[in-house]
Design a protein around this ligand. Structure first.
Ligand code: IPE
Ligand code: IPE
Ligand code: MG
Length: 277
């Protein structure tokens, strides 16, 4: 079976996959926002005796499969880390190859994204990308602007520190103009100055290729995201493993620094009783 035939449009979805998705949906909450550090393309290719770019090309198939399965499951936001600020330090041949691949992929996938009612947006310093990339991105963003089913956000020339740095600069400018006072700077205000302003923080962050680090991704936004790290290289990460990641997410107890669900009130009541006695 070719890699291409593994990715199916909605009406081609297998009965088995529909059943699996039903199981995922009925076993707990579907994360509203999933963010992915798509890592391991180069190692995947090298293991097969190929050049790194071969891995990036294969990674596009995973992007399509994960995007479509997330939309089918009812995920509202999917953010994919595609190119970091630090990735500009790679050899120019790899960077050029990645940029060409981005243009090709946008061209090939635009119609399908649109048919699937998926809206494309970006975060990051896209003005640093070659003109052709910027132009294709603008076209697909415009084409899909009214789509409602899911928002696919590509992080391109992105880093969490850049995002925070820009927010700090813009907040400082507003303070300088007298539009806000330093006392008004709180979590919500900072969040509203980040590139993800209109998007809820990720519920689940997936990193492929077994690395246990954030690599300058959404530093502010990941404060309480659940982590799922897998050894699988990105080109091998497909919907079956996405379902495993969501099953794992559904078993988590998200405490946000509090005590276990429902225990906060009873704890304080018992503390009061102890003090009284
Ligand atoms: C992720 O795969 C894609 C990008 C960072 C653009 P890598 O290219 O980092 O692959 P590895 O981690 O070197 O195997
Ligand atoms: C993180 O992967 C960036 C993207 C997936 C786009 P890297 O391969 O660049 O990260 P490090 O170098 O392993 O931390
Ligand atoms: Mg890597």
């Amino acid at each position: 079976m070719s890699l291409k035939s593994l990715s199916l449009t909605d009406n081609q979805q297998t009965e088995e996959d529909k059943k699996l998705q039903q199981q995922v949906k009925s076993s707990g909450a579907i994360p509203k926002h999933i963010a992915v550090i798509m890592d391991g393309n180069g190692r995947w290719a090298q293991k097969k005796g190929n050049i790194r770019l071969f891995g990036h090309k294969a990674g596009v198939e995973s992007v399509r499969d994960i995007t479509e399965s997330c939309a089918q499951l009812g995920v509202e936001y999917l953010t994919l880390y595609a190119f970091s600020t630090e990735n500009w330090n790679r050899p120019s041949a790899e960077i050029n190859g990645l940029m060409r691949l981005l243009v090709q992929t946008l061209r090939n996938e635009a119609e399908r994204l649109n048919k699937n009612d998926i809206k494309l947006v970006t975060i990051g310093q896209t003005e640093r990308l070659p003109g052709k990339c910027q132009q294709m991105l603008e076209e697909v963003i415009e084409l899909t602007a009214d789509n409602k089913r899911m928002q696919l956000c590509l992080a391109l020339s992105y880093s969490g520190r850049w995002d925070i740095k820009e927010a700090v600069k813009n907040i400082a400018k507003e303070v300088e103009k007298g539009n806000i006072t330093p006392d008004q700077i709180d979590d919500d205000l900072i969040g509203s100055f980040l590139s993800t302003a209109s998007v809820p923080d990720p519920d689940l962050i997936i990193r492929t290729s077994g690395e246990f680090r954030i690599s300058n991704f959404l530093l502010w936004q990941l404060a309480y995201s659940e982590l799922y790290i897998t050894e699988t290289y990105w080109p091998d990460f497909r919907r079956d493993e996405l379902y495993q990641a969501i099953f794992s997410f559904q078993k988590r107890d998200r405490r946000y620094g509090k005590v276990k669900n429902g225990h906060n009130k009873s704890m304080s009541a018992s503390v009061i009783n102890q003090i009284r006695s």
